[in-house]
Unconditional design. Sequence first.
Length: 59
Amino acid sequence: MAEAQKRLSQTTLKRRQRFHPKRDVRPAVLAKANRLIISIAAFIGLSFLAVLILQAVLG
């Protein structure tokens, strides 16, 4: 029984998920979305720091 589980886990580890054009999102679309999210997060972080600096200078 343990050998059957070991054999099964090795075959599942060897199997790789392939890109399916009708079901999956294209990798380029994912990369573009990741870049957009990172840029939005950077903008929010920088504006937060700018507000903190303005409050420190004016207050």
